[in-house]
Design a binder for this molecule. Structure first.
Ligand code: TTP
Ligand code: CA
Length: 366
């Protein structure tokens, strides 16, 4: 297979940057975007903040009253989240990305992979110029800055992107990939949370390099087949996942609140099985197959996350949804210590006649 050139673009402090864009006078001040829970006027959590606010320890998930305290006297500006506006800005940028890549895969409102192998003729030198061009174009057309990571697969692009933010550009050539990953802490890999990190430390694994050298069979025995193989491959910079356009799908989702906040897979699965039944009924009524299965999580501190799996073949059966939802939760719970309050199940169905995939926000409202 020809060496691929994959970029991950991740918009800088996205919701807060959108607010700066439409309120230019606030630039230079600490900016906080919050999710207000509605219990009292002040209650809620920080969704995101600009880098000025972050210097004072104001980060995603922090209760808003603490954010106010930390920023006292610094003339901070607070906003309520406005998903509709952020989606619009995101759509504009994604449309520009499409003109620069053979395929793009939007992973969230502010992240997308671009396969630019053809456009740069497989050259990492050209990829550098190309990335700068895309950044400049988006900055002049939309006014938003973002960070790009470049590598020969999605995993390297992602870690490269995370290594230098904001407004960063990090390129990791294939021959540098192993040595780039090796010294990093294992928790930089998606799916390695606090518990897994602690478990790996007991096994003498601290860095991605340690994990890469660890016997794959032992990893399988300890973490199960799926996670064991995943850990082995990613640590060795192996990832053949394609950059997959998600544009022609329509999504069906259902979200619900747990009776009690929980971090227990079996307890959560009871609820997600109920949601799966409802989603599956709708899928069957429409008669489509589905290609992606996603979960949505609202933690007790009101932060939210979603995770997806793309299936190799479109599926039509309920068991595939259940199994993948469970797998996604298993990975998510290993990553996050927080108890969960609300959960969602989503499948993206296959239908060329249907309008393009609904935005992330539609996921929240079902
Ligand atoms: P991120 O890309 O994680 O963060 P960011 O864009 O704010 O900052 P960075 O410069 O580090 O990339 O998340 C994208 C958006 O998702 C973010 O602007 C707000 C929202 N978000 C939440 O609502 N809750 C969260 O816990 C996080 C991490 C993000
Ligand atoms: Ca971001």
């Amino acid at each position: 297979m020809q060496t691929r050139i994959i970029m991950l673009a991740d918009f800088d402090y996205f919701f807060a940057q959108c607010e700066e864009l439409r309120n230019p006078t606030i630039k230079g001040k600490p900016v906080v975007v919050g999710v207000y829970s509605g219990r009292t006027e002040e209650s809620g959590a920080v969704s995101t903040s600009n880098y000025i606010a972050r210097k004072y320890g104001v980060k995603s998930g922090l209760p808003l009253f603490l954010a106010k305290k930390k920023l006292e006297g610094l003339d901070p500006v607070f906003f309520h989240v406005d998903h509709e506006y952020y989606d619009q800005i995101s759509d504009l940028i994604m449309a520009i990305f499409r003109t620069y890549a053979t395929a793009i895969e939007q992973v969230s409102v502010d992240e997308a992979y671009l396969d630019v192998t053809e456009q740069v003729q497989g050259s990492f030198e050209k990829a550098h110029e190309y990335a700068l061009k895309i950044k400049a174009d988006v900055k002049s057309q939309v006014g938003i800055s973002f960070t790009i990571g470049v590598g020969s697969n999605k995993i390297i692009a992602k870690i490269a992107c995370d290594s230098q933010k904001p407004d960063g550009l990090t390129i990791v050539k294939p021959e540098e990939a192993q040595s780039f990953l090796a010294p990093l802490a294992v928790d930089r890999l998606l799916g390695v949370g606090k518990k897994t990190t602690a478990r790996m430390e007991e096994m003498g694994i601290k860095t991605i390099g340690d994990l890469a050298k660890y016997d794959c069979q032992c990893l399988i025995e300890i973490f199960g087949k799926v996670l064991g193989i995943y850990f082995h491959n990613t640590a060795n910079a192996i990832d053949n996942e394609p950059v997959q356009e998600q544009g022609e799908a329509e999504s069906i989702s259902k979200i619900g609140t747990l009776k009690a906040d929980s971090h227990d897979l079996d307890y959560i699965a009871q609820k997600t099985d109920e949601l799966t039944d409802i989603v599956f009924k709708e899928v069957t009524e429409k008669g489509y197959g589905f290609k992606t299965v996603s979960i949505y999580v609202v933690n007790v501190n009101l932060t939210s996350k979603s995770r997806s799996i793309t299936l190799e073949q479109p599926a039509k059966d309920k068991e595939t949804i259940r199994r993948n939802v469970r797998l996604l939760f298993e990975k998510y719970l290993a990553e996050s210590e927080l108890e969960i309050r609300r959960v969602g199940v989503k499948v993206a169905t296959f239908s060329k006649e249907e309008p393009k995939q609904k935005s992330l926000t539609s996921f929240f409202s079902s």
